[in-house]
Design a protein around this ligand. Structure first.
Ligand code: ADP
Length: 211
């Protein structure tokens, strides 16, 4: 990010998410505010049940907050509808999950190309992107394997490639290394730091542990 001016990519203001009804209410988020600049690597740590997944799901617009605002690149995501919302979810935000969430009946290559096909990328452009990501993530050998034929670390690398395929503005990582052994965890964390520093991807990592 040398020489590039940092700007606010994600701004969360007084975010609240209450589940249930008045009699049986869980205040999962109760007035959270934070700001992430482009190229930043932000770690958010909290115990189980402290609202980490709720926060990410609000940012990914999978669930609707009870109150407050989420601005991504200056746009209030509540104002997005239809194609714009689908574009936001599918292209502007990359998501990395604890259990990888790869489709078991698709190969690594097909898993990575799926979001590109869904968002109507040109086939040639998609193939070029796949080639670049596979080289960077060192996953050329597993592209034609199915997830059941891959190790945990290989699955997470495929998931990283899938998340980065659409050049998202922010990569959200929800306990992305919890299912991995310590050595693989270290290599995936190094990879996240590297893609933050070298590719300038803004990364938000949510974890319940010190890593
Ligand atoms: P974390 O990811 O930090 O473990 P969560 O965001 O999953 O925390 O949950 C925060 C709180 O909200 C917990 O008390 C959880 O039980 C509650 N919660 C999460 N999802 C729901 C839901 N759909 N309905 C009711 N309560 C929920």
């Amino acid at each position: 990010m040398k020489g590039e001016q940092r700007m606010s990519i994600l701004k969360i203001e007084s975010l609240c998410k209450y589940y249930g009804n008045k009699k049986n209410e869980t205040k999962a988020l109760d007035g959270i505010s934070l700001e992430v600049q482009t190229g930043e690597f932000l770690g958010i740590m909290g115990s189980s049940g402290s609202g980490k997944s709720t926060l990410l799901n609000c940012v990914a617009s999978v669930i609707r907050p009870t109150g407050g605002q989420i601005l991504v690149n200056g746009t209030d995501i509540r104002s997005l509808k239809g194609a714009e919302l689908s574009d936001y979810r599918g292209r502007q935000i990359g998501y990395l999950f604890q259990n990888f969430e790869l489709l078991e009946n698709l190969t690594g290559r097909e898993n990575i190309l799926l979001p590109l096909a869904l968002h109507k990328y040109e086939e040639k452009k998609g193939e070029q992107k796949l080639k670049e990501l596979a080289a960077y993530l060192e996953i050329q050998d597993v592209l034609d394997k199915f997830p059941t034929q891959m190790s945990g670390g290989q699955k997470q690398r495929i998931a990283i490639a899938r998340a980065l395929a659409t050049d998202p503005k922010v990569l959200l990582c929800d306990e992305a290394t919890s299912a991995l052994d310590p050595t693989t965890t270290a290599s995936i964390l190094d990879l996240l730091k590297d893609l933050n520093q070298k590719l300038g991807v803004t990364v938000v990592v949510i974890t319940h542990q010190m890593s």
